[in-house]
Design a protein around this ligand. Structure first.
Ligand SMILES: [Zn+2]
Ligand SMILES: [Zn+2]
Length: 520
Protein backbone atom coordinates (compact mmCIF):
# COMPACT_ATOMS: atom_id res chain seq x y z
CA UNK A 1 0.00 0.00 0.00
CA UNK A 2 1.61 3.25 -0.98
CA UNK A 3 1.69 6.30 1.29
CA UNK A 4 -0.94 8.23 -0.63
CA UNK A 5 -3.35 5.33 -0.52
CA UNK A 6 -2.90 4.92 3.25
CA UNK A 7 -3.60 8.63 3.77
CA UNK A 8 -6.66 8.48 1.53
CA UNK A 9 -7.89 5.39 3.34
CA UNK A 10 -7.59 7.04 6.77
CA UNK A 11 -9.29 10.17 5.50
CA UNK A 12 -12.22 8.21 4.09
CA UNK A 13 -12.54 6.27 7.31
CA UNK A 14 -12.57 9.46 9.36
CA UNK A 15 -15.24 11.11 7.28
CA UNK A 16 -17.37 8.03 6.98
CA UNK A 17 -17.59 7.71 10.76
CA UNK A 18 -17.58 11.35 11.85
CA UNK A 19 -20.61 13.05 13.40
CA UNK A 20 -22.87 13.84 10.50
CA UNK A 21 -24.43 17.23 10.39
CA UNK A 22 -28.01 16.66 11.39
CA UNK A 23 -29.91 19.80 12.07
CA UNK A 24 -30.96 20.60 15.59
CA UNK A 25 -33.49 23.49 15.88
CA UNK A 26 -35.50 23.94 12.69
CA UNK A 27 -38.67 25.70 11.63
CA UNK A 28 -41.22 23.54 9.81
CA UNK A 29 -44.60 25.01 8.75
CA UNK A 30 -44.12 28.09 10.99
CA UNK A 31 -43.43 25.92 14.02
CA UNK A 32 -40.13 25.67 15.87
CA UNK A 33 -38.91 22.11 16.49
CA UNK A 34 -36.03 21.70 18.92
CA UNK A 35 -33.72 18.83 19.88
CA UNK A 36 -33.69 18.10 23.60
CA UNK A 37 -31.21 15.62 25.06
CA UNK A 38 -33.29 13.37 27.35
CA UNK A 39 -30.76 10.62 28.12
CA UNK A 40 -27.02 11.37 28.06
CA UNK A 41 -24.01 9.04 27.80
CA UNK A 42 -25.98 5.80 27.50
CA UNK A 43 -24.52 2.34 26.84
CA UNK A 44 -28.05 1.01 26.63
CA UNK A 45 -31.43 2.55 25.83
CA UNK A 46 -34.59 0.69 26.77
CA UNK A 47 -37.84 1.82 25.17
CA UNK A 48 -41.33 0.58 24.29
CA UNK A 49 -44.45 1.67 22.43
CA UNK A 50 -47.85 0.19 21.66
CA UNK A 51 -47.94 1.92 18.27
CA UNK A 52 -45.96 1.36 15.09
CA UNK A 53 -42.30 2.27 15.30
CA UNK A 54 -39.63 2.65 12.64
CA UNK A 55 -35.88 3.04 13.10
CA UNK A 56 -33.67 4.27 10.30
CA UNK A 57 -30.16 5.44 9.66
CA UNK A 58 -29.97 9.08 8.66
CA UNK A 59 -29.59 9.46 4.87
CA UNK A 60 -30.22 5.77 4.29
CA UNK A 61 -33.41 4.32 2.77
CA UNK A 62 -33.11 1.20 4.94
CA UNK A 63 -35.66 1.07 7.74
CA UNK A 64 -36.63 -1.36 10.51
CA UNK A 65 -40.38 -1.60 11.23
CA UNK A 66 -41.93 -2.74 14.51
CA UNK A 67 -45.41 -2.77 16.02
CA UNK A 68 -46.29 -2.89 19.72
CA UNK A 69 -42.66 -3.41 20.62
CA UNK A 70 -40.07 -3.25 23.35
CA UNK A 71 -36.48 -2.61 22.30
CA UNK A 72 -33.11 -2.69 24.00
CA UNK A 73 -30.64 -0.59 22.04
CA UNK A 74 -26.95 -1.07 22.82
CA UNK A 75 -23.48 -0.27 21.60
CA UNK A 76 -21.89 -3.42 20.19
CA UNK A 77 -18.34 -2.67 21.32
CA UNK A 78 -16.24 0.01 22.97
CA UNK A 79 -15.92 2.99 20.69
CA UNK A 80 -12.54 4.71 20.38
CA UNK A 81 -12.69 8.46 19.82
CA UNK A 82 -10.14 10.45 17.83
CA UNK A 83 -10.39 14.22 17.82
CA UNK A 84 -9.45 16.10 14.69
CA UNK A 85 -9.57 19.72 13.69
CA UNK A 86 -10.90 21.33 10.54
CA UNK A 87 -10.50 24.84 9.23
CA UNK A 88 -13.44 26.97 8.10
CA UNK A 89 -12.74 29.61 5.46
CA UNK A 90 -15.93 31.48 4.65
CA UNK A 91 -19.68 31.43 5.30
CA UNK A 92 -22.21 32.06 2.51
CA UNK A 93 -25.92 32.68 2.80
CA UNK A 94 -26.60 31.56 -0.80
CA UNK A 95 -25.69 28.12 -2.11
CA UNK A 96 -24.83 29.62 -5.55
CA UNK A 97 -22.19 31.88 -3.96
CA UNK A 98 -20.68 28.92 -2.12
CA UNK A 99 -20.60 26.91 -5.38
CA UNK A 100 -18.89 29.79 -7.21
CA UNK A 101 -16.24 29.90 -4.51
CA UNK A 102 -15.73 26.13 -4.70
CA UNK A 103 -15.17 26.29 -8.48
CA UNK A 104 -11.95 28.20 -7.82
CA UNK A 105 -10.87 26.22 -4.75
CA UNK A 106 -10.96 22.49 -5.38
CA UNK A 107 -9.24 21.79 -2.04
CA UNK A 108 -12.42 22.94 -0.24
CA UNK A 109 -15.92 21.65 0.37
CA UNK A 110 -19.15 23.27 1.61
CA UNK A 111 -21.47 22.12 4.38
CA UNK A 112 -25.01 23.47 4.95
CA UNK A 113 -26.11 24.56 8.40
CA UNK A 114 -29.27 26.06 9.85
CA UNK A 115 -29.38 28.83 12.38
CA UNK A 116 -32.34 30.26 14.25
CA UNK A 117 -32.11 34.03 14.30
CA UNK A 118 -34.26 36.54 16.17
CA UNK A 119 -35.04 40.15 15.25
CA UNK A 120 -38.02 42.42 15.98
CA UNK A 121 -40.34 39.79 17.48
CA UNK A 122 -39.64 37.43 14.58
CA UNK A 123 -37.92 34.04 14.73
CA UNK A 124 -36.47 32.99 11.40
CA UNK A 125 -34.50 30.11 10.01
CA UNK A 126 -31.32 31.17 8.25
CA UNK A 127 -29.43 28.76 5.98
CA UNK A 128 -25.67 29.06 5.83
CA UNK A 129 -23.12 27.30 3.67
CA UNK A 130 -19.78 27.05 5.41
CA UNK A 131 -16.72 26.34 3.28
CA UNK A 132 -13.93 24.26 4.85
CA UNK A 133 -10.54 22.92 3.77
CA UNK A 134 -10.85 19.23 2.87
CA UNK A 135 -7.60 18.61 4.72
CA UNK A 136 -8.03 17.71 8.37
CA UNK A 137 -5.51 18.27 11.15
CA UNK A 138 -4.41 16.22 14.13
CA UNK A 139 -3.85 19.21 16.42
CA UNK A 140 -5.29 22.65 17.03
CA UNK A 141 -1.83 24.19 16.39
CA UNK A 142 -1.45 22.63 12.95
CA UNK A 143 -4.97 23.81 12.03
CA UNK A 144 -4.13 27.30 13.30
CA UNK A 145 -1.08 27.47 11.03
CA UNK A 146 -3.29 27.45 7.90
CA UNK A 147 -6.26 29.36 9.34
CA UNK A 148 -6.70 32.81 7.86
CA UNK A 149 -7.81 35.98 9.67
CA UNK A 150 -11.55 35.61 9.12
CA UNK A 151 -11.46 31.81 9.23
CA UNK A 152 -12.25 29.58 12.18
CA UNK A 153 -11.24 26.22 13.65
CA UNK A 154 -13.61 23.47 14.74
CA UNK A 155 -12.79 20.46 16.88
CA UNK A 156 -14.54 17.32 15.61
CA UNK A 157 -14.47 13.66 16.54
CA UNK A 158 -14.24 10.46 14.61
CA UNK A 159 -15.37 7.10 15.96
CA UNK A 160 -13.72 3.71 15.49
CA UNK A 161 -17.20 2.36 14.70
CA UNK A 162 -20.81 3.44 15.03
CA UNK A 163 -22.58 0.08 15.09
CA UNK A 164 -25.63 -0.23 17.31
CA UNK A 165 -27.47 -3.42 18.25
CA UNK A 166 -31.26 -3.20 18.26
CA UNK A 167 -32.67 -6.09 20.25
CA UNK A 168 -36.36 -6.84 19.88
CA UNK A 169 -37.14 -8.09 23.41
CA UNK A 170 -40.57 -9.63 22.71
CA UNK A 171 -39.49 -11.56 19.59
CA UNK A 172 -35.89 -12.27 20.63
CA UNK A 173 -34.41 -10.89 17.40
CA UNK A 174 -31.29 -8.81 16.76
CA UNK A 175 -30.62 -6.10 14.17
CA UNK A 176 -27.58 -3.92 13.52
CA UNK A 177 -27.61 -0.30 12.32
CA UNK A 178 -25.13 2.59 12.32
CA UNK A 179 -25.63 5.82 14.33
CA UNK A 180 -27.04 8.41 14.02
CA UNK A 181 -30.55 6.93 14.01
CA UNK A 182 -34.06 8.36 13.90
CA UNK A 183 -36.92 6.65 15.74
CA UNK A 184 -40.46 7.55 14.67
CA UNK A 185 -43.72 6.29 16.13
CA UNK A 186 -47.39 7.19 15.67
CA UNK A 187 -47.86 6.75 19.44
CA UNK A 188 -45.88 8.06 22.43
CA UNK A 189 -42.66 6.21 23.21
CA UNK A 190 -41.92 5.12 26.79
CA UNK A 191 -38.26 5.36 27.78
CA UNK A 192 -36.98 3.57 30.90
CA UNK A 193 -34.15 4.63 33.25
CA UNK A 194 -34.12 8.39 32.61
CA UNK A 195 -32.16 10.49 35.16
CA UNK A 196 -34.80 12.51 37.05
CA UNK A 197 -33.33 16.03 37.26
CA UNK A 198 -29.55 16.07 37.24
CA UNK A 199 -27.49 14.54 34.42
CA UNK A 200 -24.07 14.86 36.11
CA UNK A 201 -24.96 13.31 39.41
CA UNK A 202 -28.11 11.27 38.80
CA UNK A 203 -29.55 9.96 42.06
CA UNK A 204 -32.95 8.86 40.85
CA UNK A 205 -34.09 7.22 37.62
CA UNK A 206 -37.63 7.32 36.25
CA UNK A 207 -39.73 6.07 33.32
CA UNK A 208 -41.09 8.77 31.04
CA UNK A 209 -43.03 8.99 27.82
CA UNK A 210 -42.24 11.23 24.85
CA UNK A 211 -43.63 12.32 21.49
CA UNK A 212 -42.86 9.65 18.90
CA UNK A 213 -39.87 11.46 17.39
CA UNK A 214 -36.47 10.51 18.82
CA UNK A 215 -32.85 10.42 17.63
CA UNK A 216 -29.81 8.51 18.78
CA UNK A 217 -26.43 10.20 18.29
CA UNK A 218 -22.94 9.20 19.37
CA UNK A 219 -21.30 11.78 21.63
CA UNK A 220 -17.74 12.82 22.38
CA UNK A 221 -17.40 10.11 25.05
CA UNK A 222 -18.26 7.39 22.56
CA UNK A 223 -21.66 6.82 24.20
CA UNK A 224 -25.21 7.28 22.93
CA UNK A 225 -27.27 10.43 23.48
CA UNK A 226 -31.03 10.04 23.19
CA UNK A 227 -32.67 13.15 21.78
CA UNK A 228 -36.36 14.11 21.72
CA UNK A 229 -37.37 16.25 18.75
CA UNK A 230 -40.27 18.34 20.01
CA UNK A 231 -42.28 21.40 19.01
CA UNK A 232 -41.51 24.43 21.22
CA UNK A 233 -45.00 24.68 22.80
CA UNK A 234 -45.02 20.95 23.61
CA UNK A 235 -41.57 21.36 25.13
CA UNK A 236 -42.90 24.14 27.42
CA UNK A 237 -45.75 21.84 28.49
CA UNK A 238 -43.15 19.18 29.36
CA UNK A 239 -41.20 21.69 31.48
CA UNK A 240 -44.08 23.08 33.59
CA UNK A 241 -44.84 19.97 35.72
CA UNK A 242 -41.20 19.90 36.88
CA UNK A 243 -40.54 23.58 37.29
CA UNK A 244 -43.78 24.80 38.96
CA UNK A 245 -46.17 21.89 39.58
CA UNK A 246 -49.87 21.44 38.98
CA UNK A 247 -51.03 22.91 42.31
CA UNK A 248 -49.93 26.46 41.51
CA UNK A 249 -52.61 29.04 40.55
CA UNK A 250 -53.21 29.31 36.79
CA UNK A 251 -51.71 32.84 36.55
CA UNK A 252 -48.48 31.57 38.19
CA UNK A 253 -48.39 28.66 35.75
CA UNK A 254 -48.86 31.09 32.87
CA UNK A 255 -46.05 33.33 34.20
CA UNK A 256 -43.88 30.20 34.48
CA UNK A 257 -44.74 29.16 30.90
CA UNK A 258 -43.70 32.59 29.58
CA UNK A 259 -40.49 32.55 31.66
CA UNK A 260 -39.64 28.98 30.57
CA UNK A 261 -40.30 29.83 26.89
CA UNK A 262 -38.14 32.99 27.12
CA UNK A 263 -35.30 31.13 28.83
CA UNK A 264 -35.43 28.26 26.31
CA UNK A 265 -35.39 30.60 23.31
CA UNK A 266 -32.62 32.69 24.86
CA UNK A 267 -30.53 29.53 25.24
CA UNK A 268 -31.29 28.31 21.71
CA UNK A 269 -30.48 31.68 20.11
CA UNK A 270 -27.27 32.05 22.14
CA UNK A 271 -26.31 28.41 21.47
CA UNK A 272 -26.08 27.24 25.05
CA UNK A 273 -25.14 23.73 23.85
CA UNK A 274 -23.01 24.91 20.95
CA UNK A 275 -20.71 21.89 20.70
CA UNK A 276 -23.28 19.23 21.45
CA UNK A 277 -25.40 18.73 18.32
CA UNK A 278 -28.62 19.38 20.26
CA UNK A 279 -30.31 22.57 21.52
CA UNK A 280 -31.15 21.95 25.18
CA UNK A 281 -30.64 19.25 27.75
CA UNK A 282 -33.58 17.99 29.85
CA UNK A 283 -31.60 18.47 33.07
CA UNK A 284 -31.39 21.31 35.62
CA UNK A 285 -28.52 22.72 33.50
CA UNK A 286 -31.16 24.00 31.02
CA UNK A 287 -34.67 23.27 32.37
CA UNK A 288 -36.06 19.94 33.59
CA UNK A 289 -38.19 18.46 30.77
CA UNK A 290 -40.12 15.22 31.20
CA UNK A 291 -41.85 14.84 27.83
CA UNK A 292 -45.53 13.93 28.04
CA UNK A 293 -45.24 12.73 31.65
CA UNK A 294 -47.17 14.94 34.07
CA UNK A 295 -48.79 17.11 31.38
CA UNK A 296 -52.29 17.81 32.75
CA UNK A 297 -55.24 19.77 31.31
CA UNK A 298 -54.21 22.71 33.50
CA UNK A 299 -50.63 22.62 32.13
CA UNK A 300 -52.00 22.54 28.57
CA UNK A 301 -54.25 25.51 29.35
CA UNK A 302 -51.34 27.56 30.79
CA UNK A 303 -49.32 26.88 27.62
CA UNK A 304 -52.21 27.55 25.20
CA UNK A 305 -53.20 30.81 26.89
CA UNK A 306 -49.63 32.10 26.59
CA UNK A 307 -48.88 30.71 23.12
CA UNK A 308 -45.57 32.19 21.81
CA UNK A 309 -45.58 34.90 24.51
CA UNK A 310 -42.11 35.84 25.75
CA UNK A 311 -40.47 38.51 27.89
CA UNK A 312 -38.70 41.23 25.90
CA UNK A 313 -36.37 43.95 27.08
CA UNK A 314 -36.97 47.13 25.03
CA UNK A 315 -33.58 48.74 25.71
CA UNK A 316 -31.87 45.59 24.53
CA UNK A 317 -33.29 46.13 21.01
CA UNK A 318 -36.37 44.24 22.13
CA UNK A 319 -34.42 41.04 22.68
CA UNK A 320 -35.83 37.96 24.35
CA UNK A 321 -34.86 37.94 28.02
CA UNK A 322 -32.97 35.18 29.78
CA UNK A 323 -35.87 34.67 32.18
CA UNK A 324 -34.12 32.73 34.94
CA UNK A 325 -36.02 31.88 38.11
CA UNK A 326 -35.51 30.18 41.46
CA UNK A 327 -37.70 28.69 44.18
CA UNK A 328 -37.68 31.42 46.83
CA UNK A 329 -35.67 34.66 46.83
CA UNK A 330 -35.90 35.11 50.62
CA UNK A 331 -37.50 38.55 50.29
CA UNK A 332 -35.10 40.34 47.93
CA UNK A 333 -33.92 39.04 44.55
CA UNK A 334 -30.20 38.97 43.70
CA UNK A 335 -28.27 40.68 40.90
CA UNK A 336 -27.35 38.13 38.22
CA UNK A 337 -23.75 39.39 38.06
CA UNK A 338 -23.26 38.53 41.74
CA UNK A 339 -24.20 34.92 41.09
CA UNK A 340 -22.79 34.18 37.63
CA UNK A 341 -20.36 37.06 37.06
CA UNK A 342 -20.33 39.02 33.81
CA UNK A 343 -21.94 42.38 33.15
CA UNK A 344 -24.97 43.47 35.14
CA UNK A 345 -28.23 42.69 33.31
CA UNK A 346 -30.84 45.48 33.76
CA UNK A 347 -33.84 43.12 33.93
CA UNK A 348 -32.05 40.79 36.37
CA UNK A 349 -31.22 43.34 39.06
CA UNK A 350 -32.20 43.07 42.69
CA UNK A 351 -35.81 43.95 43.63
CA UNK A 352 -37.75 43.97 46.91
CA UNK A 353 -40.26 41.10 46.67
CA UNK A 354 -43.19 42.97 48.23
CA UNK A 355 -45.91 45.50 47.45
CA UNK A 356 -44.16 48.78 48.24
CA UNK A 357 -41.14 50.12 46.45
CA UNK A 358 -39.30 49.61 49.75
CA UNK A 359 -35.53 49.63 49.29
CA UNK A 360 -33.13 47.80 51.52
CA UNK A 361 -29.57 46.82 50.85
CA UNK A 362 -28.51 43.63 52.59
CA UNK A 363 -24.80 43.81 51.78
CA UNK A 364 -24.47 44.95 55.41
CA UNK A 365 -23.86 42.09 57.88
CA UNK A 366 -26.07 43.38 60.74
CA UNK A 367 -28.98 44.28 58.50
CA UNK A 368 -28.90 40.77 57.00
CA UNK A 369 -28.95 39.19 60.46
CA UNK A 370 -32.02 41.27 61.42
CA UNK A 371 -33.67 40.44 58.07
CA UNK A 372 -33.27 36.71 58.64
CA UNK A 373 -34.38 36.85 62.31
CA UNK A 374 -37.43 39.10 61.90
CA UNK A 375 -40.81 38.72 60.18
CA UNK A 376 -40.96 40.33 56.71
CA UNK A 377 -44.12 41.18 54.79
CA UNK A 378 -42.89 39.92 51.40
CA UNK A 379 -44.72 37.84 48.76
CA UNK A 380 -42.56 34.76 49.34
CA UNK A 381 -42.88 34.74 53.15
CA UNK A 382 -44.51 31.35 53.82
CA UNK A 383 -43.89 31.24 57.58
CA UNK A 384 -47.63 30.82 58.22
CA UNK A 385 -48.27 28.25 55.47
CA UNK A 386 -48.13 24.47 55.54
CA UNK A 387 -46.29 21.79 53.55
CA UNK A 388 -43.19 21.99 51.35
CA UNK A 389 -43.74 25.66 50.55
CA UNK A 390 -43.19 26.66 54.21
CA UNK A 391 -39.62 25.31 54.23
CA UNK A 392 -38.62 27.30 51.18
CA UNK A 393 -38.66 30.61 53.09
CA UNK A 394 -37.06 30.28 56.51
CA UNK A 395 -34.65 27.49 57.38
CA UNK A 396 -31.99 26.38 59.79
CA UNK A 397 -29.23 23.80 59.52
CA UNK A 398 -27.19 22.58 62.45
CA UNK A 399 -23.87 20.73 62.47
CA UNK A 400 -21.86 19.35 65.34
CA UNK A 401 -18.40 20.90 65.14
CA UNK A 402 -16.86 17.43 64.69
CA UNK A 403 -19.13 16.53 61.75
CA UNK A 404 -18.54 19.81 59.96
CA UNK A 405 -14.77 19.55 60.52
CA UNK A 406 -14.76 16.03 59.08
CA UNK A 407 -16.85 17.10 56.10
CA UNK A 408 -14.64 20.13 55.35
CA UNK A 409 -11.47 18.05 55.67
CA UNK A 410 -12.86 15.65 53.06
CA UNK A 411 -12.93 18.61 50.64
CA UNK A 412 -9.61 20.24 51.57
CA UNK A 413 -6.98 19.70 54.28
CA UNK A 414 -8.29 22.23 56.79
CA UNK A 415 -7.17 20.72 60.10
CA UNK A 416 -9.13 22.02 63.11
CA UNK A 417 -11.95 24.43 62.28
CA UNK A 418 -11.05 27.77 63.87
CA UNK A 419 -13.52 30.29 62.45
CA UNK A 420 -15.78 31.10 59.49
CA UNK A 421 -15.65 34.66 58.16
CA UNK A 422 -18.20 36.14 55.78
CA UNK A 423 -16.31 38.55 53.52
CA UNK A 424 -18.94 39.71 51.01
CA UNK A 425 -22.71 39.70 50.59
CA UNK A 426 -24.88 40.53 47.56
CA UNK A 427 -27.91 42.86 47.55
CA UNK A 428 -30.23 40.05 48.66
CA UNK A 429 -27.89 39.26 51.56
CA UNK A 430 -26.55 36.13 49.82
CA UNK A 431 -23.00 35.26 50.86
CA UNK A 432 -20.72 35.69 47.86
CA UNK A 433 -17.34 35.28 49.54
CA UNK A 434 -16.39 33.36 52.66
CA UNK A 435 -13.22 32.22 54.40
CA UNK A 436 -13.06 29.07 56.52
CA UNK A 437 -10.06 29.31 58.84
CA UNK A 438 -8.32 26.06 59.79
CA UNK A 439 -5.28 25.04 61.82
CA UNK A 440 -3.52 23.69 58.69
CA UNK A 441 -5.06 25.64 55.82
CA UNK A 442 -7.84 28.07 55.03
CA UNK A 443 -10.61 27.47 52.50
CA UNK A 444 -11.51 30.55 50.50
CA UNK A 445 -14.74 30.42 48.47
CA UNK A 446 -16.16 33.10 46.19
CA UNK A 447 -18.97 31.39 44.32
CA UNK A 448 -22.54 31.20 45.61
CA UNK A 449 -23.22 27.61 44.47
CA UNK A 450 -19.86 26.39 45.75
CA UNK A 451 -20.52 28.00 49.14
CA UNK A 452 -23.88 26.18 49.42
CA UNK A 453 -22.36 22.87 48.37
CA UNK A 454 -19.35 23.17 50.71
CA UNK A 455 -21.66 23.30 53.73
CA UNK A 456 -23.51 20.14 52.70
CA UNK A 457 -26.03 21.67 50.27
CA UNK A 458 -27.61 24.69 51.99
CA UNK A 459 -30.97 25.86 50.62
CA UNK A 460 -29.49 29.27 49.81
CA UNK A 461 -26.44 31.37 50.63
CA UNK A 462 -28.63 33.93 52.45
CA UNK A 463 -27.58 32.91 55.97
CA UNK A 464 -25.69 33.90 59.09
CA UNK A 465 -23.61 31.57 61.21
CA UNK A 466 -23.45 31.07 64.97
CA UNK A 467 -20.49 29.11 66.26
CA UNK A 468 -20.87 27.74 69.77
CA UNK A 469 -18.55 25.34 71.55
CA UNK A 470 -19.65 22.15 69.82
CA UNK A 471 -22.43 23.37 67.58
CA UNK A 472 -22.51 25.40 64.38
CA UNK A 473 -25.85 26.80 63.21
CA UNK A 474 -26.70 28.24 59.82
CA UNK A 475 -29.91 30.35 59.91
CA UNK A 476 -31.19 31.42 56.53
CA UNK A 477 -33.96 32.52 54.22
CA UNK A 478 -34.76 31.61 50.61
CA UNK A 479 -34.15 28.60 48.34
CA UNK A 480 -31.96 28.76 45.27
CA UNK A 481 -29.86 31.46 43.63
CA UNK A 482 -32.53 34.18 44.00
CA UNK A 483 -32.08 35.74 40.54
CA UNK A 484 -35.15 36.65 38.43
CA UNK A 485 -38.63 35.32 39.19
CA UNK A 486 -39.22 34.04 42.72
CA UNK A 487 -41.57 31.08 42.16
CA UNK A 488 -43.05 31.06 45.66
CA UNK A 489 -43.57 34.82 45.43
CA UNK A 490 -45.27 34.28 42.06
CA UNK A 491 -47.68 31.76 43.67
CA UNK A 492 -48.63 34.26 46.37
CA UNK A 493 -49.00 37.14 43.88
CA UNK A 494 -51.47 35.10 41.78
CA UNK A 495 -53.46 34.26 44.95
CA UNK A 496 -53.68 38.00 45.64
CA UNK A 497 -55.09 38.62 42.15
CA UNK A 498 -52.05 39.62 40.10
CA UNK A 499 -52.00 38.49 36.45
CA UNK A 500 -49.17 36.52 34.79
CA UNK A 501 -47.96 39.70 33.05
CA UNK A 502 -47.96 41.69 36.29
CA UNK A 503 -45.99 38.93 38.02
CA UNK A 504 -43.35 38.88 35.29
CA UNK A 505 -43.02 42.68 35.17
CA UNK A 506 -42.51 42.68 38.95
CA UNK A 507 -39.54 40.30 38.79
CA UNK A 508 -37.99 41.26 35.43
CA UNK A 509 -37.62 45.04 35.70
CA UNK A 510 -38.45 47.06 32.59
CA UNK A 511 -39.57 44.16 30.42
CA UNK A 512 -42.65 43.83 28.20
CA UNK A 513 -44.53 40.64 27.40
CA UNK A 514 -45.27 40.14 23.70
CA UNK A 515 -46.00 37.47 21.11
CA UNK A 516 -43.29 36.40 18.68
CA UNK A 517 -43.85 35.27 15.10
CA UNK A 518 -42.20 32.20 13.69
CA UNK A 519 -41.59 32.02 9.96
CA UNK A 520 -39.61 29.78 7.65
ZN1 LIG B 1 -28.28 22.09 29.27
ZN1 LIG C 1 -39.34 36.12 46.76
Amino acid sequence: MNKYFIFFFILTLLFSCSIQSIFAAEIIDSKLFIDVEILPNANQIHLATDGNLSISEIDSPFQLEFANTELSIQLTEKIEISPYWRVGIKKFSKVSDAEKFLNNFSECFAEPSLEISYKNKELKQVSNYSVYFKEIFDSFESAKAVCEVDGWIEEKYSFSNSEILIYDVRNDKEYFLNAPLTIISNNPITVFQIPKTNFWNPKQFVTRSYDGNLKIQLNQLGKMNLISKVELENYIAGVLPNEIGNDAPIETMKAQAIAARSEALYKIIHKHHKDDNFDLCASIHCQVYSGLTGVTEKVKRAVEETEYLVGLYPDYNGKIINAVYSTNCGGITENSSNIWGGKSVPYLTSIYDGKSGYKIDLTNENKTKQWIKNYQNVFCNTENEKGWIKNTYKWQKEFSKKDLEEHLNSISELGKLKDIKILKRGNSGRVLEIKILGSKNDIHLNNELQIRQTFGGLRSSLFFIEIKKNKITFSGKGSGHGVGMCQVGAIRMAKEGYSAKEILKHYYTGTEIAKINISN
